[in-house]
Design a protein around this ligand. Structure first.
Ligand code: NAP
Length: 458
């Protein structure tokens, strides 16, 4: 079966690309393994020069690549171009900081371990497989690839099947910057072919960003072969608003937090939890903003919400909403598939959620927000934690005790206070519970795929 780019705005087939044959996959794994032998002998300075050059190339193509992203998966064009710039920045960040992040440590008092000296340092693991999603088709890959290559690893990319053009762009990017041929290779294969690649003895570790079922499958195969894995899975992040908050600012930020990337972001504020004292004021503003969002062609710079990336994704979202409505949820705006071509879904706000509704537990991957009314900080936390996911969270309160209590007790990999969750290259990123394990970005991200070697000298 071929890989196909279907433009989600008009449902037209833009490109059909053959999958790699088993022989081509074998050749590409071999190339990555051979490149790894060369790469681990290079210096940080050499790799940094190549990474900077690749970042420049990426940025020079920001406009055309932005258009390609929008045509392949439907996000508004300014967000696509911004994604390219953000990716180039992360490449430069790791080019400039990898050496410091991987410096290791000297033991201050080696006599305690009967040594004259003792220290640690980081070494690359070798070939790492990255299984990646379509929602940030360049950023997700770069936030793995930039630290991996700077550490001296090489990468194999199994990108989502609906973004083969992004995969092919990334296949050559690092080589164009100067990295040895084969340092980063895309494998045009399906999810069903991933287990075999993980099992290959030349592949030392795997990272997956994607859904929970894909994460379970990849982690279990990696476990069978005792290989390191990192999982960045879904989220159903709480966005809590307490009475001391700036309610209008919270409402407009919540709209952005929920609808950025057409609502298809793992760290979107999906469940909006609002204290009863300000519930009416917040909800009126939030619903008004959601209703006024401009939905349309994502290549139009005025568009705020484009189509969802795939028909299946849109239909799954519609089913989640329909299930909730059937069971008594109140539709404050939206709740329908607009007429016409394209995988659009109207920006939607639902209230009156009950535990029997799938939306309470499952991730809504699109512009659908659920609003919960609570009467205390304790109840807000209870609702916030009432999910199998634990990626990030946001809390709006100027009460310092409330902030402290929430940040200590929320079950999530991050807390953003009086703001929305954003991934920054300077901050570790990742989740707990069914949102996965391991961290990307910052120093922690580059260390995930390294061997921390301990040295003891008599
Ligand atoms: P997905 O269906 O899990 O796909 C992600 C990747 O995994 C694709 O390359 C896919 O390949 C592959 N895959 C699917 N099933 C597999 C299996 N059984 N074995 C091996 N590989 C498999 O997820 P998606 O729909 O593309 O992305 C949306 C999900 O990603 C959401 O849940 C979102 O929250 C999550 N996400 C998480 C983060 C984070 O950092 N935590 C960031 C972004 C997105 P095919 O395309 O060929 O099926």
């Amino acid at each position: 079966m071929s890989l196909v780019t279907v433009n989600p705005t008009n449902e037209s087939t833009e490109m059909v690309i053959d999958r790699h044959t088993p022989e081509e996959v074998e050749q590409r794994i071999a190339q990555a393994a051979q490149a790894g032998v060369k790469l681990r002998k290079t210096t940080f300075a050499q790799r940094a020069a190549w990474m900077h050059a690749a970042a420049d190339i990426l940025e020079q193509q920001a406009e055309e690549l932005g258009e390609l992203i929008t045509i392949e998966m439907g996000k508004p064009i300014q967000q696509s171009v911004a994604e390219v710039h953000k990716s180039a920045n992360a490449m430069r960040f790791y080019a400039d900081h990898a050496e410091e992040f991987l410096a290791g440590e000297q033991l201050e008092d080696p006599a305690k371990v009967n040594a004259s000296s003792a220290w640690t340092f980081y070494q690359p693991l070798g070939v790492v497989l990255a299984v990646m999603p379509w929602n940030y088709p360049i950023w997700q890959v770069v936030r793995f690839a930039a630290p991996a290559l700077m550490a001296g690893n090489t990468g194999l990319l199994k990108h989502a099947s609906n973004v083969p053009q992004a995969a092919l762009f990334l296949d050559t990017l690092f080589e164009r910057g100067g990295f040895p041929a084969g340092s980063f290779r895309a494998l045009l294969i399906g999810g069903g072919d991933v287990a075999q690649v993980i099992a290959d003895p030349r592949v030392k570790a795997v990272t997956l960003t994607g859904s929970e079922p894909a994460g379970r499958s990849v982690a279990s195969v990696a476990g069978d072969h005792i290989k390191k894995s990192v999982l960045e899975l879904g989220g159903s992040d709480p966005f809590v608003v307490m009475p001391s908050a700036d309610v209008q600012a919270a409402a407009s930020t919540a709209v952005l937090a929920r609808t950025n990337n057409n609502g298809q972001s793992c760290i979107a504020g999906k469940r909006i939890i609002v204290h009863a004292d300000i519930y009416d004021e917040f909800t009126a503003a939030f619903v008004e903003h959601m209703t006024n969002l401009k939905v349309g062609n994502p290549l139009d710079p005025q568009t705020q919400i484009g189509p969802l990336a795939t028909r299946d994704g849109r239909d799954d979202l519609a089913e989640l909403v329909d299930d909730a409505v059937r069971k008594g949820a109140e539709v404050l705006t939206g709740g329908y598939i607009p007429e016409g071509a394209g995988y659009f879904y109207a920006p939607t706000v639902l209230a009156g959620l009950t535990d029997d509704m799938r939306l309470v537990q499952e991730e809504a991957f699109g512009p659908v927000a659920t609003v919960y009314k609570v009467h205390s900080a304790e109840e807000a936390l209870e609702v916030a934690n009432q999910t199998e996911f634990g990626l990030s969270s946001a809390v709006w309160t100027t009460n310092v005790e409330e902030q402290e209590w929430f940040l200590r007790n929320v079950e999530a990999g991050a807390v953003f206070i009086n703001g929305m969750t954003v991934s920054y290259q300077e901050l570790p990123f990742g989740g707990i519970k069914n949102s996965g394990y391991g961290r990307e970005l910052a120093a922690e991200g580059i260390r995930e795929f390294c061997n921390l070697k301990t040295v003891w000298r008599a």
